[in-house]
Write a protein of this length. Structure first.
Length: 535
């Protein structure tokens, strides 16, 4: 009360240059006398005041009416039992969309205009059109957080000067429409590109589709897209692979893949900020430089020590759970990793006691790889494997909804399968395990020769095709239609013309050596020999 008196007196002196003639205080006479004698704040507030102090209001009717500082709100805090309107906008198509379901015909209707400017400006224009069109109560669903915040605060707002004329016109029109509105309205923000069930998500998807550019809508295969999209959602619910993996596996657009990951509750809890991969030394081929470290995962109980190895070139990872982090546990982990990823040329670790022990030194000399350590107490030198720890733990937590009751070995196996065989990056969509064995120098497969085959259906000779593998009685051949298994008797090596000459010459010499009566005057066939079969 003392602060209000001080502010009021100071404001009146600023505006009128005088003081109040009378100050009315809402206290009793005894309380007023007590406060004037004992309250130092009130004494300071009334310092040098020469007017009258009273606790009896004037007898005018205006002071006897109930007075409220808060004006009546038109905006509802709860959803209304009324029509629901959806707004959206696109920066590519410049479309400003308002769509709703007509309660009489139960059909979807829309109002679309092309607005130049940012998506926020276009959606703000859509909101203004919604207030202009619908005077009755309605629910307004907006997928732009900026526009939703502006619309919620528009009631009883004062607009200051804005340099952007287009935004100023839209905001002033919105404030005018809201302040002169008679029926209530409810504003709701919904995240864009969601795939949740229900009427709200359906209306938001329709608004998104109407705001899309025409070329994107026409190029989409509407008959196959829902099936593929549902398959991608089921796959992500099982493995929780990242956006590049969904794009590569199901041929989705980046927006659709982002929508699947964005609506996954497990992935949203564990979302990481994007950051660079660092400047750690890397190999130029897979199997050259590994990084290895130990992390703790308490959910595994006694096997909480998770040893992780990662190839710095391909990103292929191997992890195993152990009961400790001693040298014997490190050796067990590496033997298992060698069986999966091969033996590297060099492994980089920190200066932990297990890695600097004599037992581990004998181990790496026995297996024939170099061991280097980083700078003591500097985890940045192990940046790649430290990030791998985070990636592995996040994947384990994302998959905990379906694998929490499984053993640590099964949980690690599923997480490693997703990281190594499914996930990729936008720079290289291929999974890490493909890059690992495609670019290795030790485990590179030899090129298979080309062969001719007899088609079992048409009995015609076809080829040449590359031979994939040749087993007992059958051979696998790579054809333009895919891999085919052909009986071994119908697969013959493909020999070029130069090789034919050498084969014929070798055959002539072999027959001459076996048969002493072979005519010595006969000459081996040459490339110039030509016999006309019609002569």
């Amino acid at each position: 009360m003392a602060k209000i008196i001080m502010k009021g007196r100071a404001r009146l002196r600023t505006l009128a240059g005088c003081d109040f003639a009378c100050i009315y205080l809402p206290v009793t006479t005894d309380a007023l006398d007590h406060l004037l004698q004992n309250n130092i704040n009130l004494q300071f507030a009334l310092d040098s005041y020469s007017g009258q102090i009273s606790n009896h209001y004037p007898k005018h009717d205006m002071f006897n009416l109930p007075f409220s500082f808060i004006p009546r709100e038109i905006q509802s805090r709860k959803p209304l039992d009324a029509i629901t309107i959806f707004t959206d906008a696109s920066g590519k198509s410049k479309k400003s969309v308002v769509t709703w379901k007509n309660p009489k015909t139960q059909k979807w209707e829309s109002d679309i205009e092309v607005i130049q400017g940012s998506p926020q400006v276009a959606e703000l224009a859509a909101v203004v059109r919604a207030f202009e069109r619908f005077k009755e109560p309605f629910n307004l669903v907006i997928d732009s957080a900026y526009v939703a915040g502006v619309t919620v605060r528009a009631e009883h707002a004062l607009l200051k000067e804005i340099s952007n004329k287009k935004i100023y016109d839209l905001l002033s029109k919105l404030i005018y429409l809201v302040s002169h509105r008679e029926h209530p309205y409810f504003v709701m923000h919904l995240r864009s590109h969601t795939n949740l069930p229900g009427f709200i998500a359906e209306g938001n998807r329709r608004a998104d589709a109407l705001a899309m550019p025409a070329d994107i809508v026409l190029s989409a295969d509407l008959t196959k897209l829902p099936q593929v999209f549902e398959q991608a959602k089921l796959s992500h619910a099982m493995y929780h692979q990242n956006i590049p993996a969904l794009i590569r596996m199901f041929h989705l657009s980046r927006t659709q893949a982002k929508a699947i990951v964005a609506t996954c509750p497990n992935c949203q809890k564990l979302q990481l900020p994007s950051m660079g991969m660092g400047v750690n030394p890397r190999g130029i081929n897979s199997g050259e430089v590994w990084q290895m470290d130990v992390t703790h995962f308490p959910e595994f109980g006694r096997l909480k020590y998770v040893h992780v190895s990662i190839d710095t070139f391909s990103g292929a990872m191997y992890a195993s759970a152990h009961a400790g982090e001693k040298a014997k546990d490190v050796e067990k982990h590496l033997v298992q990793a060698f069986a999966v990823l091969g033996i590297p040329e060099e492994i980089k670790t920190d200066n932990g006691p297990a890695y600097t022990s004599q037992e581990f030194k004998n181990f790496h000399q026995q297996w024939g790889f170099r061991h280097v350590t980083g700078i003591p107490h500097s985890p940045t030198g192990q940046g790649i494997v430290e990030r791998a720890h985070q990636t592995l733990k996040r994947m384990l937590l994302q998959q905990s909804g379906t694998t929490k009751l499984n053993s640590p070995v099964l949980r690690l196996s599923k997480a490693l399968f997703t990281i190594n065989f499914l996930n990729g990056t936008f720079e290289d969509p291929n999974p890490p395990i493909y890059r690992h064995f495609q670019n290795t120098r030790r485990q590179k497969l030899q090129e298979n020769p080309e062969v001719l085959i007899r088609d079992p259906e048409t009995q015609k000779i076809q080829g040449p095709y590359k031979l994939v593998t040749w087993g007992r009685g059958y051979a696998s051949v790579s054809t333009p239609q895919g891999l085919r298994w052909i009986p071994g008797k119908w697969v013959k090596p493909y020999v070029t013309s130069s090789e034919v000459k050498e084969v014929k010459t070798a055959s002539w010499k072999r027959r001459r050596k076996k048969n002493p009566d072979f005519a010595p005057s006969c000459k081996p066939p040459t490339a110039d020999l030509y016999v006309n079969p019609l002569s």
